[in-house]
Design a protein around this ligand. Structure first.
Ligand code: NAD
Length: 254
């Protein structure tokens, strides 16, 4: 692994020790980076704060991307405390169960707008606020999914939402590239987290992935963390605008 000593980054999306964002935080901290971590709200704080403290996070702040002003407050703290930022990891998504499990054809206007706002547009807002703090370059990462490109059972409207996120990341990579800011998407294979637990039939999806993945195992949060640590490192300086599938080869098998 390449050292992340001297780098400072914000990671959004830790809900508990099963979160992909936590896997990223562990791996990145292990390489020496300083971390700012966020928790969704007061209910989530007791689950996130001990994990963040154990990792020695420098900043632990509330962030519900639906709450006006909270994201700006996070960046104000970062600007004051650090004055610069090297990376941001966006690992959040939300859809109501009805919209997730119903037909895309039936998806409500409000449900689609809310899922897009939390799961996709929030990445653009993070990028816009990070940009002035990345005058020496930086790296923005988000989490996609195979359901963006293929029809995955019970993934419903999150498929189109992830497609929008992945496409947005490419446009942002092209816009921010000249400033040395790289934008990439990790597309993890299915793994058990709180968010995936809310998807109907997720155990069957996991079982199918386990049976078909050439590496004979599904991925875990440490696999995704290792990749994220590499992508935010200078070793990945030529990787920009990519959707990187981290699924043990599952997606290529027919
Ligand atoms: P998780 O439940 O651990 O994390 C989801 C996070 O989203 C939580 O921390 C939650 O607080 C946050 N969130 C939801 N609404 C929010 C809001 N309004 N403001 C701020 N944060 C909010 O689940 P996870 O599986 O680690 O999900 C992380 C990312 O990885 C998501 O984008 C998900 O779509 C993606 N992903 C997951 C899988 C999988 O199989 N678990 C596969 C591919 C991609």
């Amino acid at each position: 692994m390449l050292s992340l000593q001297g780098k400072r980054g914000l990671i959004v999306g830790v809900a508990n020790d099963k979160s992909i964002a936590y896997g990223c935080a562990k791996a990145i901290r292990a390489q020496g980076a300083e971390l700012a971590l966020t928790y969704l709200n007061a209910k989530a704080e007791p689950h996130v704060r001990p994990l963040a403290e154990n990792l020695g996070a420098s900043l632990i702040l509330p962030l519900d991307v639906e709450q006006a002003g909270q994201m700006e407050a996070v960046f104000a703290e970062i600007a004051q405390g650090w004055g610069k930022l090297d990376f941001v990891i966006h690992a959040i998504a939300f859809a109501t169960k009805d919209d997730l499990h119903g037909r895309v054809t039936d998806c409500s206007r409000e449900g689609f707008a809310r899922a897009m706002d939390i799961s996709c547009h929030s990445f653009m807002r993070l990028a816009k606020l990070a940009e002035p703090l990345m005058s020496a370059g930086g790296c923005l990462l988000t989490m996609g999914f195979l359901g963006a490109d293929k029809v995955v059972g019970n993934y419903g409207m999150m498929g189109p939402v992830k497609a929008a996120l992945q496409s947005s990341a490419r446009y942002m990579a092209s816009e921010l590239g000249p400033q040395g800011i790289r934008v990439n998407v990790i597309s993890p294979g299915p793994l058990p987290t709180r968010a995936s637990g809310g998807i109907k039939g997720f155990d069957a999806l996991l079982g199918k992935a386990a049976a078909r993945t050439p590496l004979n195992k599904t991925v875990d949060i440490d696999d995704i963390g290792a990749l994220a640590a590499y992508l935010v490192s200078d070793g990945a300086r030529a990787i920009n605008g990519q959707i990187i599938l981290a699924d043990g080869g599952y997606s290529m098998v027919d």
